[in-house]
Design a protein around this ligand. Structure first.
Ligand SMILES: Nc1ncnc2c1ncn2[C@@H]1O[C@H](COP(=O)(O)OP(=O)(O)OP(=O)(O)O)[C@@H](O)[C@H]1O
Ligand SMILES: [Mg+2]
Length: 484
């Protein structure tokens, strides 16, 4: 039986014990009251007897006084009848004392008859002698009944006293025993559970088994509630730690972005400043040349200014492209690779010719690819232009190969050359802005690969490269699922 059921039993027994005690007390008090009423009854009988004696001595009969006396005599048996409830009647019937109530009924009836006789006397139906005889006979009967009433009432009170008090004592003892047993069971269950939870020798399995078999349901629920609470607290702690970690990573990436931006601003302004300073100095020379009427020199210097401005324009265009790479993209469209490659070839024609490179493209894309055309074109064009720009003039034969194909779940672009390559010590700086490792070989802003990387990341792809003095290979993979 679990703890709550045991407690419920004790509550029920205590209620029973209290009810029996209260009932017994009431019944005993009622017995005493019945005795008291009987004494009062006797008093009024004596009062009537004295009055009847006075009448016998030839005195006048005062009907009203006699009526009042008889009404007073009738009141006590009537009260007894009213106060005897069903349970009293049942107990009295069981122990053979119910005649006490019959005696009361007899007295009430006798009193009613006496009142009726007085009424008859008043109406002249009965004579003085007749009424006096009747009253004497009634008084005798009242006395007899009153005497006979005492014994059954005493017997009933004794019965209640003898039978209910031991019952109350037995239930009380039983209650005391049960409460003692229950409190011991509860405290020993708590002790066992505490030592079970604190013991380290148990395996998880045996701990669970012991817990399941030897722990009362209420303690199990208590432990489960505590466990749940601890789990929730741990979960909250974990999620707050997780949030802290996210904040930390985001702060770090913001810091990095901030650093990059500062570096970018510094490099961009530096690279913009030198052609501007150069152009300003040259413009001063041109002024001097014009003053000296040296048109040849003025022309030469002006041409240099134009060249520098073209470079500046290119740099500004590249910076703008890089800035745009971070901003929103255009709508995706189906890519026509022949068209893209054809356009790139046209734009880079001068480089292919100048370097005498063997430039080949292989496109094998059987599915239709949908993506941002500008980004994809800039990726391919930058890599091809690098491969062409950084060719190795010491090698007898230069080649640039562009492979575009589907590999399992990836859309892949590989651009390979046998150019001068990038020294291993610079490999981790390749995608940084304004980094140029062969500035003497070719013109450029040093922003091409940074732009390529930004585009690839935007398209959720990856970029890798291998590079040595034998040449370089750049490989880009974009998940096919994002391009269909
Ligand atoms: N295929 C390659 N072979 C050898 N070196 C390369 C190759 N690609 C890039 N590099 C080196 O990496 C540097 C950075 O390339 P990136 O494309 O970012 O700039 P860039 O070509 O100098 O200028 P631009 O901004 O005009 O592209 C180059 O200056 C070059 O030194
Ligand atoms: Mg480049």
């Amino acid at each position: 039986m679990n703890i709550s059921k045991k407690l419920l039993l004790i509550v029920a027994l205590t209620c029973l014990e209290v009810s029996i005690t209260v009932f017994a007390a009431f019944e005993i008090a009622k017995g005493a009251r019945f005795h008291q009423l009987n004494f009062l009854h006797l008093k009024y009988i004596n009062q009537l007897a004295n009055r009847v004696e006075h009448i016998n001595l030839n005195n006048h009969i005062d009907i009203d006084t006699l009526e009042a006396d008889i009404l007073a005599i009738r009141e006590q048996p009537q009260t007894c009848i009213n106060e005897a409830n069903a349970l009293n009647l049942f107990i009295m019937k069981m122990i053979n004392t119910s005649h006490a109530i019959l005696l009361c009924k007899q007295d009430v009836e006798l009193a009613n008859k006496a009142l009726y006789s007085l009424e008859q006397y008043r109406n002249g139906v009965l004579s003085r002698e007749q009424i006096l005889q009747y009253l004497v006979a009634a008084l005798q009967q009242f006395n007899k009944n009153s005497e006979a009433f005492e014994a059954p009432i005493t017997k009933t009170v004794s019965f209640i006293f003898i039978s209910f008090i031991p019952l109350v004592i037995i239930i009380s003892l039983f209650n005391i025993g049960s409460i003692t047993y229950l409190s011991r069971t509860i405290s020993s269950s708590i002790r066992n559970l505490t030592s079970l939870l604190l013991s380290q020798s148990h395996s998880h399995k045996s701990l669970d088994y012991e817990f399941d078999t030897n722990t009362p349901d209420e303690l199990k629920s208590l432990i489960f509630a505590a466990k749940k609470r601890i789990e929730n607290d741990l979960l909250n702690l974990e999620s707050s730690q997780h949030l802290q970690a996210i904040v930390k990573t985001q702060t770090a990436s913001l810091q990095q972005a901030n650093d990059e931006l500062a570096q970018f601003a510094y490099r961009a302004s530096h690279d913009l400043k030198s052609p501007l300073t150069g152009a300003k100095s040259l413009a001063k020379f041109v002024i001097e040349d014009i003053k000296n009427a040296d048109t040849q020199e003025a022309l030469k210097n002006t041409q240099t200014i134009v060249n520098q401005m073209e470079k500046l324009e290119l740099l500004v265009t590249d910076i703008l492209k890089l800035a745009k790479a971070d901003i929103a993209t255009k709508e995706r469209e189906v890519i026509n690779f022949d068209e893209i490659i054809g356009d790139i070839k046209t734009r880079l024609y001068w480089l292919i010719k100048q370097n005498n490179c063997d430039f080949n493209t292989f496109v094998n894309v059987p599915v239709s690819i949908k993506t941002d055309k500008t980004r994809l074109t800039q990726i391919i064009e930058n890599l091809i232009s690098n491969a062409l720009k950084y060719y190795d003039s010491t090698k007898a034969f230069s080649f640039v190969k562009c492979d575009i194909f589907i590999d399992k779940n990836d859309f892949t672009i590989i651009i390979e050359d046998n150019g001068i390559g990038i020294s291993k010590k610079f490999h981790n700086e390749v995608f940084e802005m304004f980094k140029r490792f062969h500035p003497h070989l070719s013109e450029g802003s040093g922003l091409g690969l940074a732009l390529v990387k930004k585009h690839v990341e935007f398209l959720k792809g990856t970029i890798n490269f291998v590079s040595s003095s034998h040449g370089s290979t750049f490989k880009i993979t974009l998940p096919l699922s994002t391009l269909i």
